[in-house]
Design a protein around this ligand. Structure first.
Ligand SMILES: NC(=O)c1ccc[n+]([C@@H]2O[C@H](COP(=O)([O-])OP(=O)(O)OC[C@H]3O[C@@H](n4cnc5c(N)ncnc54)[C@H](OP(=O)(O)O)[C@@H]3O)[C@@H](O)[C@H]2O)c1
Length: 292
């Protein structure tokens, strides 16, 4: 049971809003109000719960008199929604209420119009890739969430994240952009890299679905290595073995069949050399094929 606050409003029942609503509900939290501009989203949430939930028709109705409000809408709507709620939408004084958004790239500054009305504002970003609400229920538990904003909200965020089964870390507003860029590198760029590998496999006649299945155990192996040891220790492959001939052959094959991938390969190979150097096993001089 969530103890620090009694009522929670969630505006926006997309992937993350729905998943968090389900997690809070399952923790016994029943004073939960939700809204979305699409009624099918309310229905979808209801189907994941074992009882009726209070659904409101507007954000203003949803947040009125509630102690903790989560704006789980797309990033591009957060400031506009905060502005609308502050200007005309609030039936009750938001002073002392906690308002959060869930964006990784925006800071709590996006909620400034509410802070100006004495609301306690923060951003609470789940560091996770949530492709759908049901998957979100599984993956958010055990994920890290980052807190940024009014320090008075930290205990509230802690209670909320604990209820969702997650872990909480503090971030300074000034660091949020780089934090989010790191998340993009780790998650989105990883997907782009796997698509690159799949496309290379299709270039030798393996169908894309088979290629994805072939690569998955390799990905899992690397992932499991990274669970145990640092990237420096986890690295395997031709670069850490100092095998410039193999690297040169890869580059020649890519130039012939996938010239668009050459620059990405060179860049990442350079990062691999950086790692291998830390192991003391190779230097840049060992890789003439990577010279500009
Ligand atoms: N998905 C992820 O992997 C992920 C991970 C971490 C953090 N986040 C953050 O979580 C937040 C939500 O992301 P999401 O992926 O869950 O987005 P989403 O699936 O697109 O859901 C947002 C929902 O909010 C609704 N909405 C927008 N404006 C509204 C309004 N004024 N009143 C009522 N409903 C409104 C949208 O309706 P319409 O569809 O009609 O616009 C949509 O149903 C974002 O800040 C995002 O950065 C997402």
């Amino acid at each position: 049971m969530v103890e620090n606050f009694k009522s929670i409003a969630i505006v926006g029942l997309g992937r993350v809003g729905t998943a968090m609503a389900v997690l809070l509900w399952r923790q016994g939290f029943r004073d939960l109000r939700v809204c979305d501009r699409n009624p099918s989203k309310i229905k979808a949430l209801t189907e994941l719960l074992d009882g009726p939930i209070t659904a409101c028709s507007t954000p203003a109705q949803t947040v009125a008199g509630v102690e903790l409000v989560l704006l789980a809408v797309q990033d591009r709507y957060i400031a506009e929604l905060a502005d609308n709620l502050a200007i005309s939408g609030l039936d009750a004084d938001p002073g002392g209420c906690f308002f959060a958004h869930l964006s990784g790239s925006l800071t709590s500054e996006a909620l400034q119009p509410l802070a100006a009305m004495e609301a306690i504002t923060f951003s609470l970003h789940p560091l996770q890739s949530v492709a759908d609400a049901e998957g979100g229920v599984q993956v958010l538990a055990g994920s890290y969430f980052s807190f940024e904003g009014d320090e008075r909200a930290f205990p509230v965020a802690q209670t909320l994240v604990t209820a969702c089964g997650g872990n909480l870390v503090r971030l300074a507003a000034v660091d949020k952009v780089l934090y989010h860029a790191a998340a993009v590198v780790s998650s989105n760029f990883f997907i782009a890299l796997e698509e690159m590998a799949i496309t290379m496999m299709t270039g030798i006649g393996v169908d894309a679905d088979t290629a994805r299945r072939m690569l998955l155990p390799l990905i899992r192996g690397s992932f499991e290595n990274l669970e145990r040891v640092s990237p420096v220790e986890a690295l395997t492959g031709p670069i850490v073995r100092g095998d410039d001939q193999t690297v040169a052959a890869h580059l020649a094959a890519l130039r012939k069949k996938f010239p668009d991938y050459v620059s990405a390969y060179r860049l990442l190979a350079g990062l691999n050399v950086d790692l291998a150097k830390q192991r003391g096993e190779v230097t840049y001089a060992d890789f003439p094929s990577l010279k500009p």
